[in-house]
Design a protein around this ligand. Structure first.
Ligand code: BF8
Ligand code: SF4
Length: 630
């Protein structure tokens, strides 16, 4: 216990500097240099007041030119841009969910894709009113995958998963007309509304943004999470490690990057194959190390304990180690820079999805019908590339931390069973957590999510916020690159409980958990929606009354905006550390930071000063406690 120490952001940065030195030797470009080239950014773009949705433009709003050629003002332009931003994110998460539904449709007893959690599949089937009695599990998998795929295009009705929300939330959604209908419909309607000559009224654009966000979180993302669990197993607490030091200089290093576990699960499966390990040894390596970057890493860490090499802004670093035989990617958050960068080293940059094709990559098209052969081919390619390493370029920073990950809602509920003092039986519920919150042992919870963004010192905001929150007895659930920042720093090591306030420390000891719980990838923020719904139902409170807030301090992607909209839409106040390009319209800012509260009982706070951001979150949590008299 005594020698536990967090890794600091300064140490991360020193390691990156050293890797950039390697890069200089081979003439490699890096995001750090490209940021300098792109700065300062376009002021119109930053404020969201540039419109190029028709070819009469582009139109830019200034005091002298307050309207575009069609007459649209700044509020309409900012609003349309915001809705398009959201729709892009909702489409992306939801299409990932759709791919998972197709993988489920291809599941067979003989593999390669099987049903690893039949109990969960049966539970969802009952939830959806599907008869399971006497049905073969694969027949059920096919039936459920078809029903799930219908959620994307059904002509009538709302998302099936909405019924998981508390009644009050469902009523709010209906009343505000934000209950999401078919997933594809909400995305298409958003693009229809933002076409030239459709909506320019901020209120209407914000309303549809919430609805499109909700079709992601309570539709496509939930499909992605739930059916990934069915296919690959529902995560349970498991030990792993994080940061670049998880790569092994003596082994063949394969890095999986992207989001869809259908690819990475297969790669992990074949890298474990004794035949492949023997082949790696034959090629002069001691073994095979798989590690991950971004959300695909979160997926395989949560289910298999595969170590996390890093998060979004570390993706170039894995290649800069000179020890990466292959970086294998599927979809989303992959820098096109990996193509030219890999050419400076021996690294194979392997793209696998028709959705993410990039120059300077080896494209091995991967789908559920050829998964086994192609995964094997990819692993073999990496092994055969080991001999091409240039030893004088190999440098892996000796930096990693232990992490316990795998906190699905099911795992959290099970873990909580160990901490109750209640006289009545509360097993299998969130009531033990509610007891901790009501008694004040834990003050509240923060959902820390989202990316890195060079506009914010990478990982610094995530880590500093988390440190202060846990010191104030606020428990954290984390996902995406935020979770990886925590893991790299050491905040997912159970020993990090020594950094907590006395109350949270006691809970962590009793439950044997770290103070920051890894809930998975960004689609897994749907897990957080289920968790707050259960907390609301078990406590008799509305979601918006719970001392719980969401935070994305370093976000950058369209997906993050979609997430923000469904987290707010679910009744959780959400704190952003980067402005979503709405500074150019006071009306839009007003709708997002306050107007939406009338519909969904929550709103955004944008605060780029990290110190103030954390204080505002703590203040909001305490306000919520006072309001419910605890
Ligand atoms: O979906 S947190 S940088 S990896 S967008 Fe991307 Fe952002 Fe990371 Fe995962 Ni989420
Ligand atoms: Fe300009 Fe209007 Fe066309 Fe946008 S829609 S580019 S504001 S004319």
């Amino acid at each position: 216990m005594g020698d536990f120490k967090l890794t600091t952001v300064e140490e991360f940065e020193a390691a990156t500097e050293r890797l950039l030195e390697t890069g200089k030797k081979v003439g490699a470009d890096a995001w750090q240099y490209r940021v300098a080239n792109q700065t300062p950014h376009c002021k119109f773009g930053e404020q969201g007041i540039c419109c190029r949705i028709c070819s009469m433009g582009p139109c830019r709003i200034t005091p002298k030119a307050p309207r575009g050629i069609c007459g649209c003002d700044a509020h309409g332009i900012v609003g349309r841009n915001f809705l398009k931003f959201t729709a892009g994110g909702a489409a992306t998460h939801s299409d990932h969910g759709r791919e998972i539904c197709h993988t489920l449709h291809n599941a067979k007893a003989e593999g390669p894709y099987t049903v690893k959690d039949p109990e969960k599949l049966t539970r969802i089937a009952h939830e959806w009113g599907v008869e399971t009695e006497g049905k073969d599990i694969y027949a059920l998998a096919h039936e459920m995958s078809e029903l799930a795929l219908m959620e994307y295009g059904k002509p009538f009705g709302y998302q099936n998963w909405l019924k998981r929300a508390p009644e009050h939330t469902q009523e709010l959604w209906q009343k505000a007309e934000v209950a999401p209908r078919a997933i594809d419909r909400e995305v298409a309607t958003s693009l229809h509304m933002t076409h030239m000559g459709c909506s320019s009224l901020p209120e209407a654009l914000v309303r549809q943004s919430i609805r499109a966000g909700l079709c992601d979180g309570w539709g496509g993302s939930m499909c992605g999470t739930e059916f990934s669990d069915v296919l690959f197993g529902t995560p349970k607490p498991i030990d792993t490690e994080a940061n670049l030091g998880v790569m092994n200089a003596e082994n063949v290093n394969i890095v999986v990057h992207g989001h869809d576990p259908s690819l990475s699960e297969m790669i992990c499966e074949y890298a474990d194959d004794p035949e492949m390990i023997a082949y790696a040894k034959e090629m002069g390596a001691k073994g095979i190390t798989i590690s991950g970057v971004c959300c695909t890493s979160n997926e395989v860490a949560m289910r298999r304990g595969i170590p996390m090499a890093g998060n979004f802004l570390q993706q170039e670093n894995v290649v800069l180690t000179g020890a990466c035989e292959a970086i294998v990617v599927d979809v989303q958050c992959i820098f096109p820079a990996l193509g030219p960068l890999s050419k400076c080293f021996h690294t194979k940059f392997i793209t696998t999805s028709p959705i993410a094709q990039m120059p300077d990559s080896d494209y091995i098209r991967f789908d559920s019908s050829n998964a086994a052969e192609n995964a094997k081919a990819i692993v073999k390619t990496a092994i055969e590339n080991f001999k091409n390493r240039k030893p004088d370029l190999v440098y892996i920073p000796d930096m990693k931390q232990k992490a316990t990950v795998g906190y699905s809602v099911e795992a959290i509920v099970k873990t909580l069973d160990g901490v109750t003092n209640s006289q009545v039986d509360v097993t299998g519920t969130t009531k033990p957590l509610i007891e901790c919150i009501t008694s004040g042992v834990i003050r509240g919870a923060v959902a820390m999510v989202g990316c890195n963004n060079p506009k914010i010192r990478p990982d610094h905001a995530h880590i500093e916020l988390m440190k202060k929150l846990i010191a104030n007895d606020i428990i954290i659930v984390a996902s995406g690159c935020s979770a990886q920042a925590a893991a790299k720093a050491g905040l997912m090591d159970k020993e990090a409980r020594s950094l907590c306030g006395a109350g949270l420390k006691r809970v962590c000891e009793l439950a044997d958990i770290p103070p920051v719980l890894h809930m998975g990838s960004c689609v897994d923020i749907s897990r957080m929606m289920i968790l707050v719904s259960e907390l609301a139902k078990d406590s008799g409170l509305n979601i918006s009354q719970l001392p719980v807030v969401g935070c994305a301090p370093e976000w950058m992607s369209e997906k993050a905006v979609s997430i923000g909209n469904y987290v707010v839409g679910t009744g959780i106040d959400t704190f952003l550390g980067v402005d979503p390009y709405v500074a150019g319209s006071d009306q839009m800012a007003q709708w997002l930071t306050s107007g939406v509260r009338d519909w969904v009982e929550a709103a955004y706070t944008v605060e780029t000063d990290i110190e103030k951001l954390v204080d505002k979150m703590i203040e909001r949590i305490e306000e919520k406690r006072t309001a419910i008299g605890i």
